[in-house]
Design a protein around this ligand. Structure first.
Ligand code: ADP
Ligand code: ZN
Ligand code: ZN
Length: 660
């Protein structure tokens, strides 16, 4: 009797076998009701086999095969298989994470509502700049697979290039998939796309959509009714029957990397998917990931550049360094920066003070006995949120009231140390009592609605000074913004994480890019103790290529990615000794000896060594050869699965890890 191999949404994600009398291979891709435990579940038929590895008497009969939706197509399974192999994740997990929740339940599938309103006429497209036209001439949407890296400075009009490519794709009768790091941060992009293509059926796909809306949008994409899908990383797995183009905007952004479950990079999956479909993929950024840049330099990706801003009146801002060794700082702010803000206030222009740390102060401490506010569950400090009078852990969410006195010695004189956005906001308000100050971070903006309201206030000129984190750095035009002051950037220059400089450069480039977007010229003032650091020099020269070349050389000498390929095995347990012992065993498995091209480093505690009461250790596997690493990983994983570990120990493998 035919056997259905079914993916189910269960923790272990193995495929489950059921018998089905009249099933055939044509049933692959349909959902199916199956008995499980004492209840019933809905899964996806991944394979129809002639026999099972399990004894026939142990197999239950499958329930109804659900044909209310078309079967998931072969290319969907091809994509899932690629991700499963590449990221060492069970196929069942990849398949199930790709489906909206409603389709995995024993419940009727939502039907799409008909469109009620007549679409407005499309928004007019601006005439292309010469640079945009030149870039577009190099990207053909009908010529098969190619990966294009679009390197364009902030405000160079990358979005307009995307829109034109989408237009051509729609004209060819195909669907376009546009991936963005965080949709909620870029409502302007979504409205621009909708305005330009009012008839195309634009749907968004991201995790913050209500469940029903996500299901409806997914179904519209799957049915081919929606011609444009705008989504975050999870959208890369949406089945699209007419897919003709993939665009990954801000391709360097780390939020394309999924950090739990199957740890995949949506950007890298996008490149695979484009090849699979024989279509172009465009990766766009002002500061491409070094991996992408190296691929472009090596000829694997085609490089297209926009070197100037699209609006000729909007020149790139002047970047100046303020040597903080030579000035007095008050609350972390130097006199020249204060003067620059004062000037903007007098002229009725906006300033932005960038500090990538939210809260009032990163820690509360007692000078008498040395007590500091530590999280009870993590190897981290509790951050002081003065406005709410709370101490909060930014890692696990634990929170506490602010104590009146030192919990250890009773000293009433306990102090906040260091500063976050709240503290800078309070202090600036004291300096400029008449100024309207808006703080923009994840504490002041928690939802998309709040964010839209905040953007509206900024655009409406309701703020003189913005104090904010990198939330403010993403693609927004603030026409009256002429000054960006940067505080506390130095910390990343010498961070233990060797990717920190790359990220800092990207962040500062993005935030600097907010200044001078319109007719008013912008200025960026960076406070630093290292004004001669090459990173700042490259930033001042707006020289991403120079910076990337220098960094790549360092990486090559050190044998770091992209010149080496890595995977990380992580283990967490109530006791660090257990985690490390597990990793040590994994290190000594016989299979390791059989792959001399792969080097395993010593197991070590993670940087955040305890999170939510679990101790965490990691073990890095590295190889100069991608195929060598890929050959090693499945065998290693299989052997690791055989290790007898304490019952509370959890482990996972991450391929191409970004965080250490
Ligand atoms: P990027 O995505 O590269 O940061 P945008 O696409 O947001 O840049 O464009 C920056 C600004 O330039 C926007 O205000 C946009 O409307 C404008 N712009 C883009 N292309 C053109 C063009 N061809 N003609 C006039 N203005 C343009
Ligand atoms: Zn004390
Ligand atoms: Zn914590």
């Amino acid at each position: 009797m035919p056997v259905l191999r079914v993916a189910l949404d269960l923790p272990l994600h193995r495929l489950f076998d059921y018998v089905a009398a009249d099933a055939s291979t044509a049933d692959v891709g349909y959902r199916v009701r199956v008995p499980f435990g004492r209840g019933e579940r809905v899964g996806v038929i991944v394979e129809v086999a002639v026999a099972s590895e399990w004894p026939p008497e142990q197999l239950k009969a499958a329930g109804e095969i659900l044909r209310d939706l078309p079967a998931l197509p072969a290319d969907f399974f091809g994509l899932c298989e690629f991700a499963s192999t590449y990221y060492q994740a069970p196929l069942g997990e990849v398949v199930m994470q790709a489906l909206p929740a409603g389709l995995k339940r024993v419940a009727p599938v939502l039907r799409r509502q008909g469109r009620a309103v007549r679409p407005p006429p499309p928004a007019a497209a601006p005439e292309l700049t010469a640079a945009q036209a030149a870039v577009l001439a190099t990207i053909a949407v009908q010529d098969g697979f190619a990966t294009h890296l679009l390197h364009g400075v902030t405000g160079s009009g990358k979005t307009e290039v995307y829109l034109r490519l989408v237009e051509r794709t729609l004209a060819a009768g195909r669907q376009a998939l546009l991936l963005v790091p965080e949709i909620n941060l870029t409502p302007q992009l979504e409205s621009r796309v909708r305005a330009r293509f009012p008839e195309a059926g634009v749907v968004s796909l991201h995790s913050e959509l209500a469940e029903a809306a996500r299901e409806r949008n997914w179904l519209a994409a799957f049915a081919g009714e929606a011609s444009i899908v705008l989504g975050t990383r999870l959208a890369i797995f949406a089945p699209l029957p007419r897919l003709g183009l993939i665009i990954v905007d801000e391709e360097h952004d780390t939020s394309f990397k999924q950090q739990d479950g199957m740890r995949y990079s949506a950007r890298d999956v996008a490149v695979f998917r484009a090849r699979q479909h024989g279509i172009p993929v465009v990766l766009g950024s002002a500061t491409p990931a070094l991996e992408s840049w190296a691929n472009a330099q090596g000829g694997r990706y085609r490089l297209a550049c926009l070197r100037e801003r699209a609006n000729p009146a909007a020149v790139l801002p002047a970047v100046n360094l303020l040597d903080t060794r030579k000035t007095v700082l008050r609350e972390g702010v130097s006199e020249p920066l204060l003067a620059a803000i004062r000037e903007r206030l007098a002229r009725g222009e906006q300033s932005l003070v960038f500090l990538n740390r939210r809260g009032y102060a990163p820690v509360l401490a007692c000078p008498a006995c040395g007590w500091v506010s530590r999280c009870q569950r993590c190897a981290a400090n509790l951050v002081l949120h003065l406005a709410e009078r709370r101490l909060r852990c930014h890692h696990c969410g634990f929170e506490n009231r602010v104590p009146q006195a030192c919990p250890t010695c009773g000293n009433q004189d306990i102090h906040p140390f260091g500063r976050g956005t709240q503290r800078v906001e309070v202090w600036l308000q004291e300096q400029f009592p008449e100024a309207r100050i808006l703080r923009v971070d994840r504490d002041s903006v928690k939802s998309r609605k709040q964010w839209e309201a905040m953007l509206e206030r900024i655009h409406g000129g309701e703020a003189d000074i913005l104090v904010g984190t990198q939330m403010l750095a993403k693609g927004h035009d603030f026409p009256k913004l002429t000054l960006v002051g940067v505080l506390g950037a130095d910390a990343a220059l010498f961070a233990a994480d060797w990717r920190a400089p790359e990220r800092l450069f990207a962040q500062l480039m993005q935030v600097a890019g907010r200044a001078g977007r319109a007719e008013l010229k912008g200025e960026v003032l960076i406070q630093t103790e290292y004004p001669d650091h090459p990173l700042y020099a490259a930033l001042a020269a707006h020289d991403y290529p120079g910076f990337a070349a220098a960094l790549l050389k360092e990486r090559e000498q050190a044998g770091f990615p992209p010149y080496a390929f890595q995977a990380m095995l992580r283990a967490e347990a109530p006791e660090m000794a257990d985690a490390i012992a597990f990793l040590t065993t994994a290190c000594a498995l016989p299979v390791v000896q059989e792959h001399p091209n792969v080097v395993l480093y010593d197991p070590v505690p993670m940087k955040l060594s305890r999170l939510a009461s679990l101790e965490r250790g990691q073990l890095l596997a590295e190889s100069p050869s991608r195929p060598a690493l890929q050959a090693f990983l499945p065998r290693w994983r299989e052997a690791i699965e055989g290790i007898k570990a304490p019952s509370k120990l959890r482990w996972h493998l991450e391929v191409d890890p970004l965080e250490f």
